[in-house]
Design a protein around this ligand. Structure first.
Ligand code: NAP
Length: 257
């Protein structure tokens, strides 16, 4: 668990100790962890696949279930094809939701469709993607946005959302200066809900859904432990689709057992 002391309930300052933050990270061969800070891996996943879950997976799960719970028939908007957004797409389909995804290229659009996205909008060729999302929902807007862009996308996300919908505020990939027009907020009653990964209870609930549906995280590439630096460089280059994993065991994802 990224927040090893957050067991259940709402996030609080008392749970802020974080692996890779105020606590040592996991780029290590051995680690001593608190008993309540680990959860069981779904049986069908390798360690490498499971390594994708604690941050991106739990965050997407919290974004879709922690506030206004997602319902079958809802429409979810995901932004880009990063780790959180891919999990959000996969989970939203488990819940029977429609997914509209944005991305930067037609190639990634095809891969998002192969993963289950119902509609994809290229935000480079369609800079007014909020208008496209509105059109795709017959003017109503989506029920839920998993907002990973931050300042550079939030206004368009608000304009893409139905009047009583919810935006889960996750990230800040689009680092532009915020120029949100306050009238855009005051013309809606939607909920803006900030996400801080998720609790142990949410992690366990997510793993249950992953196990029953035999869902596989999208892994782009696994680097051996000794090439960890190359893994970071590869991630920095941004030419991936799915999680970049560093494994003690090298290139091929190993099965446990
Ligand atoms: N609050 C939390 O608890 C929490 C937890 C996890 C992550 N985060 C934050 O959430 C964000 C996403 O994390 P991640 O791990 O999913 O990131 P990631 O895997 O690094 O996402 C990279 C992808 O984001 C897309 N992207 C980049 N700029 C974009 C833009 N302007 N508009 C739309 N999409 C854009 C690109 O996909 P395309 O080429 O397909 O557009 C890119 O490949 C980060 O800021 C991260 O720090 C927050």
């Amino acid at each position: 668990m990224l927040f090893p002391y957050w067991i259940d309930g709402p996030w609080g300052q008392e749970y802020s100790a974080q692996l890779g933050g105020s606590l040592d990270g996991m780029l290590t061969e051995f680690a001593v962890l608190s008993e309540e800070g680990v959860v069981q891996i779904p049986d069908h996943l390798s360690f490498e696949e499971a390594a994708a879950l604690p941050c991106a997976g739990v965050t997407a799960w919290n974004a879709l279930t922690g506030g206004r719970p997602l319902q079958a028939g809802d429409t979810v908007l995901t932004l880009g094809s990063g780790g959180v957004s891919l999990f959000a797409l996969q989970f939203a389909k488990l819940f029977g939701a429609r997914v509209i995804a944005t991305t930067s290229s037609d190639d990634k659009a095809e891969r998002l469709k192969a993963l289950g996205a119902d509609d994809v909008v290229n935000y480079h060729t369609t800079p007014d993607w909020d208008v496209a999302v509105r059109e795709l929902t017959n003017g109503r807007g989506v029920d839920c946005v998993v907002e990973v862009g931050g300042a550079g996308t939030l206004e368009k996300s608000i304009k893409s959302t139905t009047i009583e919908g919810q935006i889960s505020l996750v990230g800040w990939l689009a680092k532009d200066k915020s120029t949100i027009d306050i009238n855009v907020i005051s013309s809606t009653v939607l909920t803006l809900r900030r996400i801080a990964v998720g609790s142990r209870a949410q992690f366990i609930a997510m793993n249950r859904a992953i196990a029953v549906n035999r869902l596989k995280p999208v892994i782009d590439r696994v680097f051996p432990f000794d090439d960890a630096l190359a893994a970071y460089r590869y991630y920095e280059d941004g030419q991936y689709f799915g999680k970049v994993i560093v494994s003690e065991c090298g290139e091929s994802p190993l099965q446990r057992g």
